[in-house]
Design a protein around this ligand. Structure first.
Ligand SMILES: [Zn+2]
Length: 435
């Protein structure tokens, strides 16, 4: 007897559930129609999207179905989302709600004390929480991806800036280049922003036109940052990047150094950034530094856009950094001249050479510290010396004052921490790729 009573109750509850579902569908439909019409009749500048965010009441144990349906029909609060349109002011947005003028200005003043409302941008999202008697209880302005400004209007106006909790997800991908690092990356759905970071990361090691060939393999892990309940995400850092060119593997891991910088190191703990030598010669003394001086031959005052190192003829001259020989040959007053391209930003030049090392020619790759030529006095020169230039973004800069990338090598405890860290990054990367 009691068992069959339970059964009928259960059936009744299922029936109620079905009705509840039907009513919701009808309600959603009618809401949808409302949106459409309200859009058409309202100021054409506004996009009003109405979404029911009330907690759906569970099926109640009340016998009176009529009553429970009444309860279901009225949501407790709802949100209206406004996407800021071009030329729209916050005041004009407030006009969509039932505030009197005094309240409108009180809200604007309160918000302006923390956030300048003139900085509202097109497509910025503002959420209005509205209670069951159509009063706005809260305004939420999305300031950026993970910061909201909340204006609580329930009694006094209270404004707070709220940092939203973020969580990150690591994305890992691998692809083979058939066209270019960038184009094939885009084809493999790697975000543009990440590809630009990847190119920067390898710019000290690779000459992208020359080195990257067909069938070069790229492997990358990068961070996507999410905020709870939002489909959008922000892109974070590259965690891991590897490029395999024929037999040459370049591999870098992200690491937060002891001094608090995020930087990239290979498995040996060597920093991706290669420093450029400020003195590409041994045992020389500076005979003329960078700056204005009276030219020893012309006698005119002229800017000296390099550093001169006096040294005996035949003293070896070293490559200031890893790179590719961009020019080698007689170059006017520079005499016998070599220029090395290190990456997109840095070049170095060596002038008045006596001779070039055997094998140094245009397009040849050289490593930092490798001999490229020998001190001489060719071109407009008064005596044996090396004229050395560092060219940064196509401008000659003072090598002695230039803040160069660190070229740091991790040691001791910091290296031990790095080693642990990179093994985790690698395990994650492989796990993501092959899970
Ligand atoms: Zn000089």
């Amino acid at each position: 007897m009691s068992l069959s009573f339970k059964k009928t109750t259960l059936l009744f509850l299922i029936f109620c559930g079905f009705l509840f579902f039907l009513i919701n569908v009808i309600e959603i439909n009618s809401n949808y129609k409302n949106i459409k019409t309200s859009n058409a009749t309202n100021s054409p500048q506004n996009t009003l999207i109405t979404k029911d965010i009330s907690n759906k009441p569970l099926i109640e144990t009340d016998d009176s179905t009529e009553n429970s349906f009444k309860n279901l029909k009225k949501p407790e609060s709802k949100e209206k989302i406004i996407i800021v349109k071009k030329g729209q002011t916050f005041l004009s947005i407030l006009d969509n709600f039932n505030f009197d003028n005094k309240k409108k200005f009180a809200i604007i003043n309160a918000i302006n004390s923390i956030y300048d409302l003139r900085e509202l941008k097109v497509n910025q999202k503002i959420i209005f929480l509205i209670d069951k008697i159509e009063n706005v209880e809260k305004i939420i302005i999305e300031l950026n991806f993970n910061t909201n400004l909340e204006a609580d209007l329930r009694s006094d106006i209270k404004i707070i800036k709220k940092e939203l909790e973020t969580f990150s997800e690591i994305n890992s991908q691998e692809y083979v280049i058939s066209n270019s690092l960038y184009a094939d990356g885009i084809n493999n759905n790697i975000p543009n922003q990440i590809l630009i970071k990847l190119i920067q990361l390898f710019s000290f090691d690779l000459d992208f036109q020359r080195d990257i060939q067909k069938d070069t393999k790229v492997s990358i892990s990068y961070e996507k940052i999410f905020v709870k309940n939002k489909p959008e995400y922000a892109l974070g850092n590259i965690e891991y990047a590897k490029i395999i060119i024929k037999n040459n593997t370049l591999e870098y891991f992200k690491f937060l150094t002891d001094d608090g910088f995020i930087d990239y190191f290979n498995r040996q703990g060597k920093n991706v950034k290669k420093s450029i030598l400020k003195t590409p010669i041994d045992g020389a003394r500076i005979s003329s530094s960078f700056g204005m001086r009276k030219h020893p031959i012309s006698g005119f005052n002229k800017m000296h856009k390099g550093v001169d190192f006096a040294a005996p003829i035949g003293t070896p001259v070293y490559a200031g950094g890893n790179g590719v020989i961009e020019m080698v040959g007689v170059n006017g007053g520079y005499g016998k001249y070599i220029r090395i391209r290190h990456n997109n930003e840095y070049k170095t030049a060596y002038a008045h050479l006596n001779s070039y090392r055997k094998g140094i020619s245009k397009g040849v790759r050289v490593n930092q510290g490798e001999i490229i030529g020998y001190v001489g006095s060719t071109g407009r020169s008064t005596g044996p010396h090396l004229h050395y230039e560092i060219i940064y973004q196509n401008k000659k800069v003072n090598p002695l004052k230039l803040k160069l990338p660190s070229g740091k090598i991790l040691t001791g405890n910091e290296f031990a921490r790095f080693e642990k860290n990179y093994k985790m990054i690698l395990a994650n990367h492989l796990n993501n790729l092959f899970e």
